[in-house]
Design a protein around this ligand. Structure first.
Ligand SMILES: C[S@@+](CC[C@H](N)C(=O)[O-])C[C@H]1O[C@@H](n2cnc3c(N)ncnc32)[C@H](O)[C@@H]1O
Length: 255
């Protein structure tokens, strides 16, 4: 199934390629480490008895997932009569980290900002036709897919250490090298040292990992010795330009 949101760097176009590279032996634990819009989780089959974990460092995003998992009706109620307007968009942008909002009010504002912004960047109002009602109709199906999924809001390192075992599979989709500024990490950017920290962490796990990255010489060097493949897809980070050139991606595995 499709995700319910778009996301910068989202793997809509690559999701089938990624899932087709999952190991044949079904892991007992599946962990999506840098979740975003969860295109791979929503593509992946839900397997009986498998523990699924979905994580992102973005607290507002994870609050939205938790509200859909537990209170989809309340979220629809909060959003159903809201106008798609320029004024409201910029008010919500101001309010998103304001104290005193309920989790549902915050989730509604974040969902609105993602849906109404240009290229889902949550920063600029997109001047195009908006259909919030259609998006709300999908909450029930999304809730059903999220049933039983453990939703976490942690930095990748602690998360990977916590869920690591011989039977675990980690799908990791970090901010791409050179595009880190596109994501909020509670005001802290993903730095060069974080790419090194991720590599050190993945190098020492007992389980399996599959990692997606941009095709970049720094990443090639960093993951030398692992199984590296190059794939082509459209560049979703070029949303602000008319340049829809093919963008080369890496899929890196330790199996
Ligand atoms: C390329 S996006 C993931 C896109 C996702 N796979 C999809 O299909 O929508 C990278 C994600 O990593 C998250 N992230 C950034 N720093 C992180 C960290 N230290 N630990 C975990 N997630 C992090 C960002 O919030 C962002 O959602």
């Amino acid at each position: 199934m499709d995700s319910f949101i778009g996301w910068i760097g989202g793997k809509k176009a690559l999701r089938k390629e990624i899932v087709s590279r999952f190991p044949d032996d079904i892991p007992s634990t599946y962990v999506e480490v840098c979740g975003g819009a969860g295109w791979v989780l929503f593509e992946k089959e839900q397997i009986k008895k498998q523990l699924e974990v979905f994580n992102d460092i973005d607290g507002n995003l994870i609050n939205l997932y938790r509200c859909i998992q537990h209170h989809p009706e309340a979220l629809v109620k909060e959003l159903e009569y809201i106008l798609a307007s320029h004024e409201l968009f910029y008010d919500f942008r101001e309010q998103i980290n304001m104290r005193g909002l309920t989790d549902i009010q915050r989730a509604a504002r974040y969902f609105y900002l993602i849906k109404i912004s240009f290229g889902c960047d949550k920063r600029s109002f997109a001047t195009r036709k908006k259909r919030l009602d259609k998006a709300l109709e999908r909450f029930e199906d999304i809730q059903s897919r999220l049933t039983g999924v453990v939703i976490e809001n942690r930095d990748f390192e602690g998360l990977i250490k916590l869920y690591d075992s011989e039977n675990a599979l980690f799908y990791v989709d970090p901010p791409y090298h050179g595009t880190e500024k596109h994501y909020d990490k509670n005001g802290k950017p993903f730095l060069e040292e974080d790419h090194h920290r991720l590599k050190d962490c993945l190098s020492s796990i007992k389980g399996k990992f599959i990692l997606s990255y941009n095709n970049d010489s720094f990443i090639h060097c960093l993951y030398e010795g692992f199984h590296i493949e190059e794939l082509k897809r459209n560049n979703t980070l070029a949303a602000h330009s008319s340049n829809k050139e093919k963008f080369s991606e890496l899929i890196i595995r330790n199996y």
